[in-house]
Design a protein around this ligand. Structure first.
Ligand SMILES: [Zn+2]
Length: 255
C-alpha cells in the first residue's frame, strides 16, 4: 500500500485546445502542466513517468528539436526530475521502479537518469515506440528511452506492487496504460496518463485530439470512467491546467 504520493512539477507545454479535447477549440493555445508522480510504500519508491528532458532548461532545440518551437516546452531548473528527487532528500538510486504510462517524449525525458531502476511498460508500447506509425511518430524521441534502461515488459492488466495496479488504456498510443493506486489512508488515485488530458474528456466523453486510434481512445475513456466510478478513485488527468491549480505539489504530499 502507498503511504504518500507526490506530484512533481516538471514544467509546461503549450498545446492547441483541439489537442486537449478533439475536435473543438482549434487556434486557442493553452498552457498545460507536465508532471511525474512519486509514490512512497513499504516496497520502496516508485515513480510514474519522468517528465521533460532537463537539457531543455538551457538548450530547448537540442532537447526537443522542432517541438521546441511548436509546443514550446518550458522548464525552470527546479522542473528537472533530478532536482525534484533531491528536493525530497532522495537519491535517484532510491527509485526502484518506474511505471511509464507510455513512451512519448514528454513522459520519458528523465529516463536516462535512472539506470538502476526497472521500467514497467506495456510490451505493445515498447515495440511501437521503436517503430511507430507515421501518424504519431513525432511524439516519440528515441534518445529519451533507448538509453540502456532495464525494461519489464507487461502484457495486460496487473499489480506491480501491493496497492499499485496498471491497466491497459490504448488509443492515445497502442500500449498506453493507466495506474490505479490504493493508499493506506483509504484514498484511491487514478493516474490516467494521456488517455485523459483534462477532466472534460471524461465529462464529455470526448478523447484528446491526438490519437493513434480514436476508437480505442473512446473504449479507454469508458474503461477509465467505469473503474473510477466503481472504486471511487480521484481522477488525475495528465495535462489539465484547472486540476493542476488545485493540487498539493511536492514537497507537499497526498496522504
Ligand atoms: Zn503527455
Amino acid at each position: 500500500m502507498i503511504s504518500k504520493a507526490y506530484f512533481l512539477d516538471c514544467g509546461i507545454c503549450h498545446l492547441d485546445k483541439s489537442v486537449l479535447i478533439g475536435p473543438s477549440g482549434a487556434g486557442i493555445v493553452v498552457k498545460v502542466p507536465v508532471f511525474s508522480m512519486l509514490l512512497e510504500s513499504d516496497s520502496g519508491w516508485t515513480l510514474i513517468d519522468t517528465g521533460l528532458n532537463p537539457t531543455g532548461v538551457t538548450d530547448p532545440d537540442k532537447a526537443w528539436g522542432p517541438r521546441a518551437k511548436t509546443v514550446k516546452p518550458t522548464m525552470k531548473p527546479e522542473n528537472d526530475i533530478n532536482y525534484r528527487i533531491k528536493e525530497l532528500g532522495l537519491k535517484n538510486d532510491d527509485i526502484k521502479r518506474i511505471i511509464l504510462t507510455h513512451m512519448h517524449w514528454d513522459h520519458t525525458g528523465g529516463n536516462r537518469f535512472f539506470p538502476n531502476a526497472i521500467f514497467y511498460v506495456q510490451r505493445a508500447e515498447y515495440r511501437f515506440a521503436y517503430y511507430p506509425d507515421k501518424i504519431i511518430s513525432g511524439s516519440y524521441m528515441r534518445d529519451h528511452f533507448d538509453c540502456g534502461s532495464k525494461y519489464e515488459l507487461i502484457e495486460g492488466d496487473t499489480e506491480i506492487i501491493p496497492g499499485v495496479y496498471v491497466f491497459q488504456s490504448p488509443g492515445h498510443t497502442p500500449g498506453h496504460q493507466s495506474v490505479l493506486i490504493k493508499m493506506k489512508s483509504g484514498k484511491k488515485l487514478l493516474i490516467t496518463g494521456d488517455a485523459v488530458y483534462t477532466q472534460q474528456n471524461v465529462d464529455l466523453m470526448l478523447p484528446p485530439g491526438n490519437n493513434w486510434d480514436p476508437n480505442y481512445s473512446i473504449f479507454s475513456l469508458n474503461k477509465i470512467k467505469t473503474i473510477q466510478e466503481q472504486t471511487g478513485a480521484i481522477l488525475i488527468p495528465a495535462h489539465d491546467p484547472d486540476f493542476w491549480d488545485n493540487v498539493p505539489r511536492s514537497p507537499d504530499a497526498v496522504i
